[in-house]
Design a protein around this ligand. Sequence first.
Ligand code: SIN
Length: 482
Amino acid sequence: MKKYDVLIIGAGIAGLYSAINIPSDKEVLVVCKDVPWECNTFYAQGGLATAMNKEDIASHIEDTMVAGSYHNNRDAVEIMSKISLETTKDIIDKGMEFDKDEQGNILYTKEAAHSISRIVHAGGDATGIYLHYFLMVQNKHKLQKNTLVYDLLIKEGRCYGVKAIVNYKPITIYADNIIIASGGVGSLYEFNTNSRTISADIHGICAEKGIPLADMEMMQFHPTVFVKTPYARKLLLTEALRGEGAFIVNENGERFLFDYDERGELASRDIVSRAIFDYKRKNNNEDVYLDFSMFDKDFFHKRFPNITRSFLALGYHFPTDRVPISPAFHYAVGGIKSDTYGRVDGVTNLFAIGEAASTGVHGANRLASNSLLEGLVFAKRSIKYILAQKKEDYEIPSFDKDYATILHKENDKEYRQRLRSIMWHDIGIIRTKDDLKRAKNLIYDIKNQDIGRLLELRLNTASAIVESALARDESLGAHYIE
Ligand code: SIN
């Protein structure tokens, strides 16, 4: 029976950088649900946050802690910030090209709640595309696409592998170590910026198996998203736009964010998202815009080529035209509880890293562009831990239960839509206890219908979010109770 040394679920930054750090004599399999670029890494625009030098570490740590409302695991933050220097160097040494000025110096940008410009970017506003391509080229291990994991094979504190569907056929994949790098929960929300593949399945499996999820009430909304498209993934307008000087204005072109926070457009994204939400609510749902008219046209097109192109296709001419924006779900701060080596509590050889995980590094709200950094840093640490372990001999037990024939049922689509609406309206940017209780009951009702396995997994994750939100009475970071 084929058994891999390491099985990695997910081909975003955390999954691929894990694979890159495993020597070629190990048997490694990376699996992803669809094509490999359908992941949140690919759609990242802003960049990769990094401490600029040793002197900047303390300030990067402090900015991360302030954005996270000091709910962060300080150890994890210190590890991430300190290791950011060697990590950024490592990918640059391996050939990753970040944007540079004419003298060849790397260009750093600023995003909300960073006290200095410390974010490296590539292709202007196409950091994710460049980084993902770089990682794909660097990875020499086997990558298998169209592999949808629907169960983790866990018995008595060990994970033996997964069950998955590959091209409509159920298969079992065994491995000594299993790394979950499957991203967050975006598809649970009606308005979200995530890849369509990010649908909370693995979180749902963990919830089912009693593997702890942490900080699940901390769901982060990005303030500047164009939501007036029919597609599930809504169009992000990177925070770097505001970092470089774009304004948020009302119908009359007036900036109103200073009424909410003295940092205006550069307040942390939870504050800006809530301010926009509140402003619209108090003003008859009037449109709110991102205004770029202060930018020089050539500068804008060079710095933000990706956004310029995608919005031109929708009829917007940047930087002249302003664009209506709304907050949308962006990032799961909470996730599968893991330590700073990615280890998952209670299952010796199971690891969770990147957005799928909750190490506590982001506290109650993630600082902009720390997610790509987190993916790199904790991927490498989990591999360091795995490679230091002695190979064990063990028998693989049998796992009889199989859900492969009931992954989808007839009415799932309608229930999924209902769930997305509940999540957006009742477990969204501004929450009330009554809405949360209502949402909890509605989720429970859908769970009791005749539904498929994948929807059940989504509902498990949704339940975990609503339960955590109900358990926290006070507002904190991304969790805001009115
Ligand atoms: C953005 O470009 O605004 C998103 C960056 C992030 O999510 O950290």
